[in-house]
Design a protein around this ligand. Structure first.
Ligand code: BGC
Length: 751
């Protein structure tokens, strides 16, 4: 419907406009009936609808309507499946339409910096490309149903400890390449209707009042047109927040901050245009929802089935020494409380009131002769000898034992971080005891973030279910008994132990600040650079079939940084059952232009193949795939030189590679003064040419001159020394006068 939003804003009173910039209550925005502005509702998100009718709270404490809990982001990211995430998003969008929810709060794309972050289960990955791709598909799915999303929590909110006040201290290159990058692609390409700013400060400025973040980067650089809302209670100072670009404060402020806005306009400290623009942005999103309102039914059965499909496509088979799939009809012991009542979601604001939960015990009925033993209690981490004895007996009498283990609710949640990476001691003990009597043991894990696995070498199979949504048991049964073929791969590295993690020495900080000292070396970027063994690498996951790659082709061997490179490869299913492979494309910078990770994921494709079938898959790379963020340029920079294109089954299993030469016209400016080194100057083409021509002779004398010194110092050695020689050194070692030095600096500056 054609509507003149500017005109509506011009008809609003100052008080109405200020009122539009904060919630009416916990979940609603205000209406202005006389102008046809309706009251709209927002709800959490991200992996289900948590619509609260009464007793509103933002930590999932009070019950919301019955709904469907889809697998959480830690699981869905492992699908590496854009279409699947879009399908799930679209189902969520329809649910919102049916329930009159205008914005679904999510997805959450914060990077998994440490395995300890209590909220990792809601986040996709340690890798910004993967997180961004998954978020983009999720947003597109929800928004194609006419419902908005709120990508969150913008930005650098990677822990729960002091999340509402602490400052994340992050250098700009790291922010750009890792933490902001996960937001950038979905914001530019999927255009979420809203962005939710985070609670924390970034380098000493609250995200909710950071003009650099909310205006420079989000609006000016990324061209964002929706509105920014605060996380619940994230507003520090309202008027500075509004000026910086925070349009909507949530939840309601009891009118207090509305009055502050009115006052600021009246006393001239806030320009009314800023308020008008904020209101216009909020109204645009409200009316967009109104104009796309449709009748939908919340079909819970259908969405439960979709939740099962999503989890089946997401689970990661970590280990399989010929034990899986289990033989149908065989005698199997299902051990562990999670077999009956699986842990399938995390605590906090994303908590869904599931209309049904399917555990593996129920789902596997009829597939085999199954005995069940509880094995451990969930209330306390205490070994219960009676439960262990019962489990050991069940395991002994069966042909195989499947232990459903993982983290109890209290171990990880929104609101606080984990204190270690271990599973409950009682569960580790149980697994050990079962392994002592039964050689055929499979462990199925229910956890939102990696755990240490001291028993990994003793069991024959490990299936990572993550927090797999309310239909998790059905998906598990299908995979365990071979009705489905596992096809997920890890969206994060599983280190052997917590202290291996790059953030270990600086997580979670002192409560006031947390320093991201590992910089860009997050997740596999660190483990690979350090050549550190890990339990399971990023991108890893097994299938019941085998895949082979061949015929890697690049459509060009050299390119400008502005060109697109098309990479193709043949993927074959060499096993005897249908399966899906996730082909990963990594780029390895060999130009030496900066300290960079060994390789970085820059594209991927998931392909389904019948036994014996081969398909050619294609992926594209562009400037961003090669570039790093150069703070001197304030831009992305792909240096001229060689880049290796690596095709991998995981980040640690590169099977094919080739190289491409990239050239750029961009030069990185060198600041020239008497302490600029010869090495720095030699990387600037003009300065290098000048120095070579005019200084050649002078430089030769650097070794002291004469025959003897030429013997003692080779030209290579001179070159090496010159790299770190400031121009000033030419005065001391090459006989240049002070005046000559000044002239040289001037000359180089003028080139
Ligand atoms: C969470 C958000 C959530 C909001 C509303 C906050 O505590 O950080 O992710 O959307 O509450 O429940």
């Amino acid at each position: 419907m054609e509507r003149n939003v500017k005109k509506i804003v011009s008809q609003m009173t100052l008080e109405e406009k200020a009122g539009m910039c904060s919630g009416k209550d916990f979940w609603h925005l205000k209406s202005v009936e006389r102008l046809g502005i309706p009251e709209v509702m927002v709800s959490d998100g991200p992996h289900g609808l948590r619509k609260q009718a009464e007793n509103a709270d933002h930590l999932g404490i009070n019950e919301s309507i019955k709904a469907v809990c889809f697998p959480t982001a830690c699981a869905t990211a492992c699908s590496f499946d854009r279409d699947l995430l879009e399908e799930m998003g679209s189902a969520l969008g329809k649910e919102c339409q049916a329930e009159n929810v205008s914005v679904l709060l999510g997805p959450a794309v914060n990077i998994k910096r440490s395995p300890l972050c209590g909220r990792n289960f809601e986040y996709f990955s340690e890798d910004p490309y993967l997180a961004g791709q998954m978020a983009k598909a999720h947003i597109q799915g929800v928004q194609k149903e006419g419902v908005g999303t709120s990508i969150k929590h913008f930005a650098a909110n990677n822990q729960e400890y002091h999340r509402m006040s602490a400052s994340s201290e992050v250098d700009e290159r790291t922010l750009r390449e890792i933490y902001l990058a996960a937001f950038e692609t979905p914001i530019k390409e999927a255009k979420p209707k809203t962005v939710m700013c985070s609670y924390n400060q970034i380098n000493g400025v609250f995200a909710s009042e950071d003009p650099w973040l909310l205006d420079e980067v989000l609006r000016k650089e990324w061209g964002y047109e929706g509105y920014v809302m605060s996380d619940w209670g994230a507003v520090n100072e309202r008027v500075p927040g509004l000026k910086a670009g925070l349009e909507l404060e949530m939840p309601a402020s009891g009118g207090e901050t509305d009055r502050q806005i009115v006052e600021a306009v009246k006393n001239g400290t806030l320009k009314e245009e800023i308020l008008d623009r904020a209101v216009e942005r909020i109204l645009n999103v409200i009316f967009d929802y109104v104009d796309h309102k449709k009748d939908e039914v919340f079909d819970m059965e259908k969405d439960h089935a979709l939740a099962e499909k999503v989890e089946t496509e997401s689970m990661v088979l970590l280990k399989n020494e010929g034990i899986l799939p289990l033989k149908k009809g065989s005698r199997v012991a299902f051990i562990g409380a999670f077999a009956k009542n699986p842990r399938y979601q995390g605590g906090g604001s994303s908590h869904i009131n599931s209309f049904r939960v399917t555990g593996a015990l129920e789902a596997a009925e009829g597939m085999a002769d199954i005995t069940y033993a509880e094995g451990y209690g969930l209330e306390k981490d205490e070994i219960d000898e009676a439960l262990v004895t019962e489990a050991v007996k069940a395991a002994k009498e069966a042909e195989a034992a499947v232990i459903f283990a993982g983290l109890p609710d209290a171990f990880e949640s929104e609101g606080y971080d984990r204190v270690h990476m271990k599973m409950p001691n009682c569960q580790n003990h149980l697994i050990q005891e079962v392994c002592n009597v039964q050689p055929n043991v499979v462990v199925v894990l229910h956890n939102g973030s990696p755990v240490e696995m001291p028993w990994a070498d003793e069991v024959k199979g490990i299936l990572e279910a993550y927090l797999g949504g309310q239909a998790v048991g059905a998906a598990e049964a299908k995979i365990l008994f071979g009705d489905a073929n596992p096809c997920g791969k890890l969206a994060e590295t599983i280190p052997y132990k917590l202290s291996d993690n790059p953030s270990y020495l600086n997580f979670p900080g002192d409560g006031e600040t947390v320093e991201y000292k590992e910089g860009i070396f997050v997740g596999y970027r660190y483990y690979d650079k350090k050549e550190m063994p890990v339990r399971y690498p990023f991108g890893y996951g097994l299938s019941y079939t085998e895949f082979a790659y061949s015929n890697l082709k690049l459509d060009k061997k050299s390119m400008k940084d502005t060109d697109t490179l098309t990479v193709s490869v043949d993927v074959s299913n060499t096993g005897n059952r249908e399966g899906k492979e996730i082909v990963q494309l990594y780029v390895a910078d060999q130009t030496g232009s900066a300290n960079r990770p060994v390789r970085e994921l820059k594209n991927f494709v998931k392909v389904s193949l019948a036994p014996g079938e081969t398909k050619t898959v294609q992926m594209e790379l562009n400037k961003r795939s090669f570039a790093w963020y150069n703070v001197k340029l304030h831009d992305w920079y792909a240096a001229s030189g060689t880049y290796e294109i690596q095709l991998g089954k995981s980040s640690r299993e590169i099977v094919l590679s080739d190289t491409v030469e990239v050239t750029t016209d961009v030069t990185v400016p060198v600041e020239i003064h008497k302490n600029t080194t010869v090495g720095q100057l030699m990387r600037d083409p003009k300065a290098a040419a000048f120095l070579q021509e005019t200084m050649g002779e002078m430089m030769k004398t650097l070794g002291g001159g004469g025959e003897a010194s030429t013997e003692a110092i080779s030209p290579e050695m001179i070159q090496g020394m010159l790299e770190s020689m400031p121009l000033r050194g030419l005065r001391s070692f090459a006989g240049l006068s002070e005046e000559g030095l000044n002239q040289l600096v001037e000359k180089l500056r003028s080139l």
